[in-house]
Design a protein. Sequence first.
Length: 391
Amino acid sequence: MNICFSEGQKQYRQDVRRWLETSLPGNWIEAAHWPLLPEPEERAFLVNWERRLYDAGYSGVAWPKAYGGQGLGPVEEFLVNEEMGRISAPESLNTIGRELVGPILLSVGTEEQKRHYIPRILRIDDIWCQGFSEPNAGSDLASIKTRAVRGNGGWILNGQKIWTSYAHMASHCILLARTNADAKPHRGMTLFIMPMNTPGIEVRGIRHLNGQRHFNEVFLTDVRIEDGMRIGEIDAGWQVAVGVLGFERATTRLYRQQRFAEELRALIRQARSNGSMTGAMEDKMGEIAAELEVLRYHNLKFLGRICQGAKIGDESSLLKLLWSQIHQKIARLGLEVLGPDIDADSPVAARFRKIYFIARGETIYAGSSQIQRNIIAERVLGLPRPERRPA
């Protein structure tokens, strides 16, 4: 595998690095920690940051120029993400729009949908949430019960979604609903665009242990949407969603772990300076650094496949399994390094408390680790399916 970048790509990386270093607050690189802000102010900060990225040409790097993107390739997009992770740049408030909705619309959306929604995602005019999981259908999306029934030239939606990130601030939801009760579970679902101000939608917040509201329950009661809000073919939603999720797992997770790792490194530098680092902590940091390199090389392998037009496939589950475990290791080591100071009223302690609580769910949401191991065993390694015990 050739993992060398061209001279032009190296120069592009340097351009991105210089822009980031001059565009973030003066103490950002040194501290590598987000500012402590109340939710409304944090939202304004993140929206402003994302629009500056867009104006600078570092948003939608690999998306077509016709829809507001930069028209470059997946390598350049990888380089931007890697540099943002290296400097621990702010994460997008609109990750669902950028990493899920945009690729899905570019893949199977109508021309009208692409021209309307893609530029608005890039400018963060719209914030998206994801209506996939349900109370009894988390990792097993084939079990969803939310129904979409034809009516009055459109669709009528009824059901419930849960763990819906950003639903309380989202303007739109990408929704997976069952449209054919007689088809096989994986073949009877359809994707929809659901404006969140549509009558019949109720959003109830779920508070985290750290007091923040990130997840939500969403209840749908006779929600009516037009057929133009349907994405792709009827009953083909599962195939589209799984394909894009595989692409997203294979290409976008590295920069997130880099971001958290850079914050951990900043914390460790401080601990070394005051003499509180132990040999065991140094060993754990070395283990994390090694696993991050393994994750990076997996990303590069998949990047090469994408450049050749190949599909990602089920091997992306390897990355999902790896990055979720690394995230939890970063969080645990951060708490260990901070020690009693984890309860301190400081930006560093608050940031690592947030990282720790978020990381606890990494091995559950977006497909639990058990599900990923089953996929790897059966579809990648070709191992036999385990015998199912009688009920």
